[in-house]
Every structure is written in structure tokens, then in C-alpha cells.
Ligand binder design. Structure first.
Ligand code: PLP
Length: 380
């Protein structure tokens, strides 16, 4: 089987499992406990926090562990928007993950926020000038994803952050998909908040973190025992934090070489499919895209049938985001990129991890050609 759905989730890496194992067995303590068992867990948590902070280029005190990308996004959007006394206007884009869009919608429904949804161009890029125009004196937060989960487009985050800062507005980025491949150094990106999720980079599901720049007020979403400096109550998932930190270290070790190898394989994969499948159109930006992401619409076919034919040939991929899979609704991302709904329903996304080889991708590309031929292009 060739697994090309890493944007949905990845396998837990052996080194990660080994690193977290002691904190689920012998060193199982509660980090808040004042005895040696608890103190050992607290030390592990502090070590994991420092490791994640060095990954993100921030201070350890600026890292809050969460239960994943969804919680990190919720905390960033609700926490910063509600904690910022500037006003009740929030800016995001039409192509964000539901964790951002639904959090923004909550602020609108329950707290009377005005929302500006920035459009994107055909390749999925946000225009910094349109962002500048959208900012208001009462804008509390801008949230723009680093890389899109469906079409892989990578935004010019540093430039967008500069536009926000010229108006004194904090900026959050959802870096869940970027995390395995791109630098997350918040000093270079210039962002004030950034979300990551463990299960996209070889840590277990239910692990993640949010960076929030020190001086930014943050209203907690989860209330309780005051863990994570009051930002996120709940007994800490020590093993999960260690897992995230270990996965991050492994990502960073080979990141640039892995990204270059993946880019080359991606470009051959895309070229092969576009050359052999007349119905195929690449979605997302041709070059400013994740190194291990190739997404298409196959005009006149049914995306679900192509997926089934691919699976029969041993290639596992998806119709878009994991949550949209299996539903008949056209992807909000492709619609925002300007694709008609009927075409958007023929979308297939391929995404992989660094252990997928160039040979496997070449074999998968050949299977894509066969799968689309097997489905046949419907007469329109
Ligand atoms: N943000 C993006 C861009 C994602 O792709 C995902 C997951 O698919 C999430 C947020 C949610 O992360 P999690 O599954 O860890 O809650």
C-alpha cells in the first residue's frame, strides 16, 4: 500500500513512541504533584516545552500544550480576540480549516464580532494589499493559515504579518500542515501566535501546541486547575508533550533535505499526471505549495470513484480534507479558489511523508492515470 494521505494523519514514529513510553508507565506522575514522581513528570514537561520552543524560535513560557490543532486554533482565535480590548472585528480567509472558521463564527454569533473573510486568487494566495484594506481600528486579530490542507498553497506569512503590524494588529497562523516541511521560526515569520498539531508529524493524535507571544493577553477557553500558566487548564498530557517535542526534533533534523527531495518528486508526479490525464487540472499554487502535496480536479469524473479505483491499485489518498471526505458538499476551499461546485466535487489530494520514496510516487502517478481511465470521463 502506498499511503498518500499524510495531510489527514501520519503514523506515530518509533522514536516518538519510545520517548513517550516512560511517561505512561514508570514516570506516570502528575506534574502538579509535590513528590518525586510528580517532579519527574514536571521535568519531562519542562524539557518538552523547551524543545518545542526551540523548534518555534520562541521562549518556553510562550508555548501552551493543547490537545491538537483544533484546540490550538480555538484558543488562539477566541483567546486573543476576546483578550484584546481593541474591539470586535476579526479578519481571516475563506480557505481556513474549520477549526478557525467555526471559531470565528462563534465569535460572531455569541460575541457580536464583525468578520472579514479575505478572498484568495485562483492559486489560493491572499493579497497583502487586500489585507491592508481590510484592517480597521477595531481589528483584534488576523488569522491566516501558513499552508492549506486541501490544495497545499503556502502563504507569504512574513509579508502578511508585516501588514498587520503596521496597523498594530496581532496575527495568528495555523501551521498544522506546514509543520512537517517548512521553518516555523516565529522570529522569521513575525507572527504573534502559531498552531501546530502532533499527528501530522509522527506524534499521536490529540497532541499539539500553541505559541502566543509573551505580551499578548489571552483569554483561556478551558477553565479549571490553572495549568499551563492559567492558559489551558487540565492535567497536562506529559507523554503527549514529550511525543510532540520528539517528533519536532526529528522533523528539524532532516527538514531541508527532505523538503528538497519531496519537491522534486512532487514536481515529477504533477508533470506525469498533467501530461497523461487530459481531464486533470492542478489545484493550488504551482510552486508556492507544500513540498509533499499534489492536488487535482479531474474534470468530468467523480472524485470518489477515482479514489476507489486508486485504492484498488494500492494507493490511498483523499478527496480533500479528512472532514470533507465522504460528504457530498463541495470543498469551501476550491469554491473560494473559483472552481465551480461540480468541478470541486472531483477533487483528489495526494500528500505524503518523507519516508515515501520517489519510486513509490512514480508508481502512484501511473496508478492515477489508470484510475481516471477506469472511471472514464462522463459526457457533459
Ligand atoms: N488546521 C489544519 C490546517 C488542519 O489540516 C487540521 C487537521 O486536519 C487542523 C487544523 C486540526 O488539527 P487536529 O486534527 O490536530 O485537531
Amino acid at each position: 500500500m502506498i499511503y498518500l494521505d499524510s495531510a489527514a494523519t501520519t503514523a506515530v514514529r518509533r522514536e516518538v513512541l519510545e520517548a513517550m513510553w516512560p511517561y505512561m508507565t514508570g514516570d506516570f506522575g502528575n506534574p502538579s504533584s509535590h513528590h518525586t514522581v510528580g517532579e519527574s513528570a514536571a521535568r519531562a514537561l519542562a524539557g518538552a516545552r523547551s524543545a518545542v520552543a526551540s523548534w518555534l524560535g520562541c521562549r518556553a513560557g510562550e508555548v501552551t500544550f493543547t490537545s491538537g490543532g483544533t484546540e490550538a486554533d480555538n484558543l488562539a482565535i477566541k483567546g486573543i480576540a476576546l483578550g484584546n480590548p481593541r474591539g470586535r472585528h476579526i479578519v481571516t480567509t475563506a480557505i481556513e480549516h474549520e477549526a478557525v472558521l467555526e471559531s470565528v463564527d462563534y465569535l460572531k454569533r455569541m460575541h457580536g464580532f464583525a468578520v472579514t473573510l479575505l478572498p484568495v486568487d485562483r492559486d489560493g494566495l491572499v493579497d497583502p494589499e487586500q489585507l491592508a484594506v481590510a484592517l480597521r481600528d477595531d481589528t483584534t486579530l488576523v488569522s491566516i493559515m501558513y499552508a492549506n490542507n486541501e490544495v497545499g498553497t503556502v502563504q507569504r506569512i512574513a509579508e502578511l504579518a508585516r501588514v498587520c503590524h503596521e496597523r498594530g494588529v496581532p496575527m495568528h497562523t495555523d501551521a498544522v500542515q506546514a509543520a512537517g516541511w517548512l521553518s516555523l521560526d516565529v522570529r522569521e515569520l513575525g507572527v504573534d501566535a502559531l498552531s501546530v498539531s502532533g499527528h501530522k508529524i509522527g506524534a499521536p493524535k490529540g497532541t499539539g501546541a500553541l505559541f502566543v507571544r509573551g505580551r499578548l493577553p489571552l483569554e483561556p477557553v478551558l477553565h479549571g486547575g490553572g495549568q499551563e500558566r492559567g492558559r489551558r487548564s487540565g492535567t497536562e498530557n506529559v507523554a503527549g508533550a514529550v511525543a510532540l517535542a520528539t517528533a519536532a526534533r526529528l522533523v528539524e533534523q532532516g527538514r531541508e533535505t527532505n523538503a528538497q527531495t519531496a519537491r522534486d518528486a512532487r514536481d515529477s508526479f504533477i508533470e506525469h499526471v498533467l501530461a497523461r490525464v487530459p481531464a486533470a487540472q492542478l489545484t493550488g499554487h504551482p510552486s508556492s505549495r507544500l513540498p509533499a502535496s499534489a492536488s487535482f480536479v479531474f474534470d468530468g469524473t467523480s472524485g470518489e470513484s477515482v479514489l476507489l479505483e486508486l485504492e484498488r491499485r494500492g494507493v490511498v489518498s483523499s478527496s480533500g480534507s479528512a472532514c470533507a471526505a465522504g460528504s457530498d458538499e463541495a470543498s469551501h476551499v476550491l469554491v473560494a479558489l473559483g472552481y465551480p461546485e461540480v468541478l470541486a466535487q472531483t477533487a483528489v489530494r495526494f500528500s505524503w511523508s518523507p519516508d515515501v520514496t520517489g519510486e513509490q510516487l512514480a508508481a502512484a502517478a501511473a496508478s492515477v492515470v489508470e484510475a481516471v481511465e477506469a472511471v472514464g470521463v462522463l459526457a457533459t
